[in-house]
Ligand binder design. Structure first.
Ligand code: CA
Length: 241
């Protein structure tokens, strides 16, 4: 059997074995080729010979710290633009600014949910290389085609307005991640827009209605998270409805 071409390669640098195994399991289940290294100095060595598509880098590591390694990687041409997600413990949250300052692209605080981490890996890879196999987002019976801007549920064409399309693309692209209404306003309409949170609900209602039209499928792929916001249900399409 041929493997799908160009599976993205992720290097995980994490010294907590239980966590690194869990990361590998979840990343591989999502189609990423995953390698683990437990020390910062070993990771540096490894990255000299071979640069993956993305690095998941723990902050506190034996050998060289994640922070220092990140800084060094940014100075080398081969790794200057390598997508890096930093992991850090809760107490170090205030260090975030430093983490981003040395060039990490994203930053996740432990303990985090695996679907969220996997979603962020996907989002960062798409940002790094928008062309990479990302023309279509497929989840269960839902297909979103970015190029033609069309959405299908099974064989049925789902008619969406441009705002609903962007909302769905945004949620589906990071399935499982919860977005607040304020985040959605920033990300879909832009920070400068003057629309209020109620408008987000109106468009979300239209999106749900359009997705439900003309199908016998009753399951709603969009989740309303009380007191938080909206999310695309990451279990959607995994059988067990
Ligand atoms: Ca650690």
């Amino acid at each position: 059997m041929a493997r799908p071409a160009a599976q993205p390669r992720v290097l995980v640098v994490e010294d907590e074995e239980a966590l690194s195994l869990l990361l590998r399991y979840n990343l591989e289940a999502s189609g990423y080729q995953t390698e683990i290294v437990a020390r910062g100095d070993e990771a540096e060595e490894r990255l000299r010979d071979d640069v993956p598509d993305l690095l998941v880098l723990d902050w506190m590591l034996p050998g060289v710290s994640g922070l220092e390694l990140c800084r060094r990687l940014r100075l080398r041409t081969q790794t200057a633009s390598l997508p890096i997600i930093m992991l850090t413990a809760r107490g170090e949250e205030h260090e975030r600014v430093r983490g981003l300052g040395v060039g990490a692209d994203d930053y996740v605080v432990k303990p985090f949910s695996m679907p969220e981490l996997v979603a962020r890996v996907g989002a960062l890879l798409r940002r790094a290389d928008p062309g990479r196999g990302a023309r279509k987002l497929i989840r269960g019976d839902l297909t979103l085609d970015r190029e033609t801007m069309r959405v299908y549920r099974g064989d049925e064409d789902v008619r969406l307005g441009p705002t609903e399309f962007r909302l769905l693309e945004h949620l589906m692209g990071q399935a499982g991640r919860v977005f607040t209404r304020a985040q959605l306003i920033d990300q879909i309409w832009g920070r400068e827009s003057e629309i209020d949170e109620r408008t987000v609900d109106v468009h979300m209602g239209r999106l749900r209605k359009a997705l439900g039209n003309g199908t016998t499928e009753t399951r709603d792929p969009i989740r309303t998270v009380r007191g938080a916001g909206y999310s695309f249900d990451e279990t959607y399409g995994r059988g067990a409805a």
